[in-house]
Ligand binder design. Structure first.
Ligand code: PLP
Length: 452
């Protein structure tokens, strides 16, 4: 940091402060983790100075031989780890990986038949008239994804997101009483809606998903199954999610982030069946900016780590810890969406404490517990204030915390929520944003959280 400090001391200070904050608070954000020193070092170096648009061996710039080596090693690790025919390591993030997948599916469905029809081999051979037909076709395509308040992600067809604007969209959800994915209703909607793409995967669903069944539904209606495993890729890599719960053998295309349960650098990745490979590889420059060689190096290191027995043990402990934390919360009277968890995350319905998600998130932060507010199914408070708190165990498991610690954390969370009251706005109405947390409780909980 001394080198950074010489140039811009405020940045050096902010980096140091972030380290202190991460050390002193309990990182329970389900999508965060701690990457290894090897991963961080592979990323923080001169590889960042290299341009490498194109794919391995076919770049638009000279001098890319070392980037080729790095990208090929990362792709090899990904293919072996996940048993995927093809892996594309260039997406800069999970959202970018999904954009690559959307384009690949559109191109595969629409471009390929057009190319066949006119006997051409490459999109550059398409005429203006062909493109006019393609554009008309593109505007008709449909996407069916998991509803945001059921646990889906913005990019799964949520209207304000580009996915919900590019595609005619509908969503599937969960059973209102159990909170569990309703596959019958998904099948019925798919039959009626006839989507081009069915998106599986989630950001806030605390249960395992049957991807074999989702593929059966996709096949029945002639859809492409895209699974976004951003949240649980580490559990797939660690062989905790196998068989019907492993999306890779079932989905046509699987996308992921590399920084959540997978514990790599911030970034994305696309895995696909061979028939989509050519279109996926056109991700850059079709929808992505130039690849980040330093991040691909870090992805290769993290993927190598994920192939070890130590990582398998880690993945199992993530789930064991989530179950222990859920048990602890339930025993203390909290209401959890679906009644618990069997993956790495938990959704607490904080309305039983008389709070909105936003109030609960702020109070927990005062007490040194970092979480995020999250909508719950049919959320009465909407997507901004919400009624839920999402918590997860990937980061604390990396730090070595175990089931006993989880019980203590359940106690700290419950105590904090119990001592938090909604605040009132100037008119005396309960404000969805304001809250009052007893300062002595906040200090006590924060001290115990810091000790863990
Ligand atoms: N997909 C899912 C399921 C996610 O939960 C997230 C992030 O939270 C993303 C995609 C987006 O990832 P990124 O922030 O890397 O673009």
């Amino acid at each position: 940091l001394a080198v950074v400090r010489q140039v811009e001391p405020r940045i050096a200070d902010a980096i140091a402060a972030e380290l202190t904050a991460q050390r002193e608070s309990l990182k329970l954000i389900a999508s965060e983790n701690y990457a290894s020193p090897a991963t961080l070092l592979a990323m923080g170096n001169w590889l960042s100075d290299k341009y490498a648009e194109g794919t391995i061996g076919r770049r638009f710039y000279a001098g890319c031989q070392h980037v080729d080596t790095i990208e090929a090693i990362a792709a090899e690790h990904a293919r072996v780890l996940f048993g995927a025919p093809h892996a594309y390591l260039q997406p800069h993030s999970g959202i970018d990986a999904n954009l690559v997948a959307f384009w690949a599916i559109l191109a595969h469905r629409i471009e390929s038949p057009t190319l066949d029809r006119i006997g051409a081999r490459h999109v550059n051979d398409l005429t203006d008239a062909d493109w006019a037909t393609l554009r008309a076709d593109l505007g008709q395509q449909r996407m069916l994804g998991m509803a945001l308040d059921a646990g889906g992600h913005l990019t799964h067809g949520f209207r304000p997101n580009i996915s919900g604007k590019m595609f005619h969209q509908q969503s599937y959800g969960v059973d209102p009483t159990t909170g569990l994915l309703d596959y019958d209703s998904l099948r019925a909607t798919a039959r009626e809606f006839r989507p081009l793409i069915i998106v599986g995967g989630y950001s806030a669903y605390p249960r395992r998903v049957n991807f074999a069944l989702m593929r059966e539904i996709a096949d029945e209606v002639g859809a492409t199954l895209l699974v976004d495993m951003a949240h649980f890729a580490g559990l797939v890599a660690g062989k905790v999610l196998t068989g019907d719960h492993d999306p890779v053998p079932h989905a046509h295309i699987t996308t992921t982030t590399t920084h959540k349960t997978l514990r790599g650098p911030r970034g994305g990745m696309v895995l696909c069946q061979d028939e989509y490979a050519e279109h996926v590889d056109r991700g850059c420059p079709m929808v992505l900016g130039g690849p980040l060689p330093h991040v691909m190096a870090a992805k290769a290191v993290a993927l190598a780590e994920a192939r070890t027995d130590t990582f398998r043990d880690y993945a199992q402990r993530v789930v064991d810890n989530a179950c222990a934390l859920a048990d602890g919360l339930l025993r203390r009277g909290n209401r959890l969406v679906t009644g618990g968890t069997d993956n790495h995350l938990i959704l607490i319905d904080v309305t039983t404490h008389g709070l909105t998600g936003r109030q609960a998130e702020a109070a927990l932060l005062d007490a040194g517990i970092v979480t995020n507010r999250n909508a719950i199914p049919n959320d009465p408070n909407g997507a901004w204030y919400t009624s839920g708190i999402r918590i997860g165990t990937p980061a604390l498991t990396t730090r070595g915390l175990d089931a006993t610690d989880m019980d203590q954390i359940a106690e700290l969370i419950t105590t904090t929520l119990h001592h938090t009251q909604p605040g009132a706005d100037a008119g005396g109405n309960p404000s969805k944003a304001k809250y009052r947390l007893d300062a002595a409780i906040a200090t006590k909980v924060a001290a115990e959280a810091g000790d863990l």
